[in-house]
Design a protein around this ligand. Structure first.
Ligand SMILES: Cc1cc2nc3c(=O)[nH]c(=O)nc-3n(C[C@H](O)[C@H](O)[C@H](O)COP(=O)(O)OP(=O)(O)OC[C@H]3O[C@@H](n4cnc5c(N)ncnc54)[C@H](O)[C@@H]3O)c2cc1C
Length: 510
């Protein structure tokens, strides 16, 4: 916070939006369409944040009441009902919203039914919206700094074009540093940095923070998470700036412990800045279908050579890291960090084990179809026998052999008695050579940040809104217990639209 109001302003707009991912773009579009002048400030040289490398799936719902029932159950009392009801209602409106936005460049919107991740009340009412096609769009030439899914890039192009069509002012490479508050605590502007110079931008109506989370801030992670270290999956620009700025203005924080993540690979080149997520296997619904069609080629063992988890959680890209969290006070270490992934020769041939994602200039990282390039580079290592493998990971050969023999026996019986992995996913490990790789906890995106109400107003430590300050997107996400696939993008669009409209509707400061 800067209570010392600058003597002059370098620029001004009705609504100042900080951060240019999906949430920032949607906020800006909504504020503009509600009649406000808007300025977007983006810290990095390129817009897009995590959004542009996402899978681009927006969670939608057919029935708002049922969607609320699900969100209520899955959030386990961590988020007030009225906030969840707004999101649930918004999810029913998302298909139309997507069509309106897609009209800007002829993007093709696809809507499909898809139940939520867990069989909680209301789970069947959900689906997804994607941008299925964008004629003439080549993601690799428009976003050469990005590796992700085509749907995510298409959706970001839709938002870029919507921002451009409206002539909304965008300042890239302009990190916001502090909020400016007046004597009553109302947020009236931003101090930012541009080309090494401090600039002050006045917000006549409001500031909306859409700066994402703290995937890129190891210190903030250490303070809030027991599990460590955790590597980021995609983007370095989100370093908790919006969290600190909101805190300085008095904001209450929520859901800081919670992140959407999994386990993944670490590149042996220490200059490679990201973890690499494992292949995205389809989610499955506990008790409602065990994906007999999906084969997972690996098992995961701890530092002693024992399995410790169901490697294929129902939504492994969200909770896959959670079993690694245990700290052993006797040995004073994390016995499951790093863990080890093990496959055999048959598994090596089946499919690429990793899927790099990033939004970062100067990187060029892909994963080979047969995993050979990663064996060459040392991400994956080879061992002629299980004994050799055990020695190289520092476990007792007899323990690792027993683990693998037990695993193979359970594959034969078609049942994982230890951790309940879906039977169809179980693949024996018996054909040498064997392959192994270190596995580390990975954060795809964080959920914590400033608490907001159903109007997206940032709430202070005593439950009161901070005047003229809003937040949207994963910065202070509503998900405080179990995340729902597609939920973050739904929040970017639903929350962004609410924040933008509300910000635009405030009386302008003179
Ligand atoms: C590989 C991957 C796939 C995913 N797929 C999905 C999916 O299909 N569906 C889903 O719901 N979720 C998905 N997620 C999560 C989702 O992508 C993110 O939660 C979401 O995109 C966040 O959007 P945002 O606008 O809040 O933040 P971001 O897109 O990260 O944007 C924040 C922006 O703020 C900028 N910024 C930060 N600090 C400052 C500052 N001080 N000043 C100015 N600007 C600043 C950043 O540079 C960044 O551009 C995925 C995540 C990953 C990693």
């Amino acid at each position: 916070m800067s209570r010392s109001v600058p003597s002059s302003w370098d620029d001004e707009a009705d609504v100042v939006v900080v951060g240019f991912g999906y949430a920032g773009a949607m906020t800006a579009v909504a504020a503009h369409d509600a009649g406000a002048t808007v300025a977007i400030l983006e810290k990095m040289l390129d817009p897009g944040g995590i959004s542009v490398c996402s899978a681009g799936g927006l969670r939608i719902a057919a029935d708002a009441d049922q969607a609320f029932q699900y969100l209520h159950a899955t959030n386990a009392g961590t988020t007030p009902d009225d906030v969840l009801r707004r999101l649930a209602q918004g999810m029913t409106e998302l298909p139309d919203m997507a069509r309106e936005l897609a009209a800007v460049n002829g993007a093709v919107v696809g809507v499909r039914e898809s139940p939520a991740n867990y069989p909680l009340p209301g789970y069947e009412t959900f689906g997804f919206v994607y941008i299925d096609d964008l004629p003439g769009f080549d993601a690799s030439s428009v976003f050469p700094q990005v590796r992700g899914s085509p749907q995510g890039a298409r959706l970001f192009k839709v938002m870029l074009d919507n921002v451009a069509k409206r002539g909304i002012s965008v300042r890239l490479a302009t990190p916001a540093r502090r909020l400016v508050q007046d004597a009553d605590g109302a947020v009236i502007g931003i101090i930012a940095e541009s080309h090494g110079r401090r600039i002050a931008i006045r917000a006549r109506r409001a500031v909306v923070l859409t700066t994402g989370g703290f995937e890129g801030d190891a210190e903030m992670q250490r303070q809030h998470w027991q599990i460590k270290p955790v590597m980021s999956a995609a983007f370095r620009g989100n370093t908790g700036d919006g969290i600190r700025m909101a805190q300085a203005a008095g904001a209450q924080l929520w859901h800081m412990w919670h992140f959407h993540g999994s386990y993944g690979f670490r590149h042996p080149d220490p200059s490679y800045p990201f973890a690499i997520r494992t292949k995205r296997l389809p989610d499955w619904l506990p008790g409602k279908g065990l994906r007999e069609d999906v084969r997972m080629t690996w098992i995961v063992v701890d530092r002693s050579g024992r399995r410790f988890m169901n490697e294929y959680d129902p939504y492994m890209q969200d909770t896959g890291h959670r079993a690694m969290e245990r700290f052993d006070p006797v040995t004073q270490r994390y016995p499951r960090i790093p863990a080890t992934l093990i496959i055999d020769e048959e598994g090596r041939k089946l499919y690429p084990l990793g899927a790099p994602t990033y939004n970062e200039r100067g990187l060029s990282m892909s994963w080979s179809r047969d995993n050979q390039a990663e064996i060459q580079s040392g991400v994956i290592r080879r061992a002629q026998s299980l004994e050799e493998l055990a020695e190289r990971i520092g476990s007792a050969p007899s323990v690792l052999r027993a683990t693998v023999e037990r695993w193979n026996a359970m594959c034969g019986a078609g049942q994982d008695d230890e951790f309940g992995r879906p039977p169809g996913s179980m693949v024996p490990i018996r054909t040498p050579p064997f392959y192994f790789a270190e596995l580390w906890p990975v954060v795809s995106n964080t959920q914590g940040g400033p608490r907001h109400d159903a109007e997206q107003r940032v709430i202070d430590a005593f439950g009161q809104p901070i005047p003229r300050l809003y937040a949207a997107g994963e910065l202070g996400s509503v998900f405080g217990h179990l995340y729902m696939s597609g939920g973050n993008l739904a929040e970017c669009f639903v929350g962004g639209r609410i924040a933008g409209r509300n910000a635009a509707s405030l009386p302008a400061l003179r």
